[in-house]
Write a protein that binds this ligand. Structure first.
Ligand code: BGC
Length: 443
């Protein structure tokens, strides 16, 4: 482990991080829109990522806020003020720029923008427009996810994506957002990990948790006096056909507003490896991934953290003795390279790594993980695979869904009382890679 770190890490980057930060070249000047391929190769995007609900704080009109405050309790901690990013976004974007990145992935909180059906908040739309202007002013290409899991409460009460009824509201929301700010978006993603629900069916822990999740949803529905309460990341029945339709309609709606905007979809992808001769790996790919690689999209967002050993009908636990991360995943940085190699020839579209990272309290393991993951990405590029960006999950230690604040995926820690941000050595390490245009130090 120690070797892993010392071989890849420039000691000065860690110890002299702040100095490097201030003295280094400014982030490259990039237009807010993602550059087109004509007129030269587009610059590779090196960036950080975050999602509104996990960092903004106080998203009281969201489905998750309601779930957080009803028994049985699914969450280790309530999200509360989260990282207070809603009020501190400027500081965060300054940090992203100073660290040396040229891109940032953010998401919009649908429940702020449309707190009641059809009632759009101009103030909230303006807020996100200002955020995009802040990105532009800092030379950061904004990759905007229109919906990263949290939903307006009213949409959950109407069944979310359990039926075709969910399609039009999502497409309308996307159109409205596009009309307000598409001119400032670099890349758009409709849904975060659109296939997440499909993947859950292969997760053994989901099978165990399902009764609890169902009970929580039923309680919330009763408390909200609603017929049902749906949440695409929890106990919903399979939603794939309706989510594909929602994505497709949203894609068309955004394109109508801004035809040249590259729109993609991001997918949860593990590096699947057969656990034996009877592995269901092919069926898993057919169920959880292939349909999403066929949807209307200009690019695919790969979100990979680890490998999965696939048994006949479900993933198996990591092998005994495997190094585990906080999330219980195996430490397996090569997963990213393997997933890109598998998906790219089938997707036949540009790939952006929209999430990759590790939950750990030991930042030296994050540095080691980044070095090996980025090395794999560079190998793919060297072989001609069209990978156009690496956006690390995440900028901040944030609210990790059911696990509350107990997992640290951030390049930057956040004091839970003062909200003070403190970049970790890994932030300077990846920032330096970004500045140099890769590990190979091409400058
Ligand atoms: C999600 C993020 C989450 C990350 C780490 C991804 O599946 O998109 O929201 O924080 O995993 O758990």
């Amino acid at each position: 482990m120690a070797d892993d770190i010392s071989s890849g890490l420039d000691r000065r980057t860690i110890l002299g991080g702040a100095a490097a930060l201030l003295g280094a070249a400014a982030a490259p000047e990039l237009p807010a829109r993602a550059p087109k391929k004509e007129g030269g190769a587009p610059p590779f995007l090196w960036g950080t990522a975050g999602a509104a609900y996990q960092i903004e704080g106080g998203n009281v009109a969201s489905d998750l806020w309601l779930l957080e405050h009803r028994a049985p309790q699914l969450f280790k901690d309530p999200s509360g003020d989260a990282c207070d990013t809603y009020h501190r976004i400027e500081e965060d974007l300054d940090l992203v720029k100073m660290l040396g990145f040229n891109a940032h992935r953010l998401s919009l909180e649908w429940s702020r923008i449309e707190p009641e059906p059809g009632q759009f908040s101009t103030a909230s739309l303006d807020y996100y427009r200002r955020v995009l202007l802040m990105c532009r002013d800092r030379g950061l290409v904004p990759l905007v996810t229109f919906s990263h899991w949290s939903l307006p409460r009213w949409f959950a009460e109407r069944g979310a994506f359990r039926s075709r009824e969910g399609v039009a509201p999502f497409a309308d929301f996307c159109r409205r957002v596009a009309e307000h700010m598409a001119d400032l978006i670099g890349l758009a993603a409709t849904l975060n990990e659109a296939n997440f629900r499909d993947q859950l069916d292969w997760s053994p822990s989901y099978a165990r948790l399902k009764p609890l999740l169902e009970r929580a949803q039923a309680n919330v529905a009763a408390a909200a006096n609603a017929k049902s309460f749906a949440s695409p990341i929890y106990a919903d029945p399979a939603t794939q056909p309706f989510m594909i339709e929602a994505h497709t309609r949203a894609y068309a709606a955004i394109k109508e507003v801004r035809p040249d905007l590259p729109i993609g979809v991001t997918l949860a992808l593990t590096d699947d490896q057969p656990a034996g001769d009877d592995s269901g790996i092919a069926r898993k790919f057919a169920e959880t991934c292939e349909p999403w690689l066929r949807v209307d999209a200009d690019w695919i967002g790969v979100q990979t953290y680890t490998r999965a050993l696939v048994g006949p009908t479900a993933n198996l636990p990591p092998e005994a003795g495997a190094e585990l991360t906080q999330a219980g995943y195996e430490f397996w940085p090569e997963a990213l390279e393997n997933v890109i190699r598998k998906v790219a020839p089938i997707a036949k579209k540009p790939i952006y790594v929209t999430e990759n990272g590790i939950g750990t309290a030991d930042d030296t393991r994050r540095v080691g993980y980044i070095r090996r993951a980025v090395t794999g990405v560079e190998r793919c590029i060297a072989e001609g695979i069209d990978v156009r960006g690496y956006l690390h999950w995440s900028l901040l230690d944030n609210w990790e869904w059911n696990y509350g604040y107990s997992r640290q995926f951030g390049l930057v820690s956040v004091d839970r009382k003062t909200f003070k941000r403190s970049p970790k050595p890994s932030a300077f390490y990846l920032g330096k890679i970004a500045r140099n245009g890769g590990l190979a130090k091409r400058r």
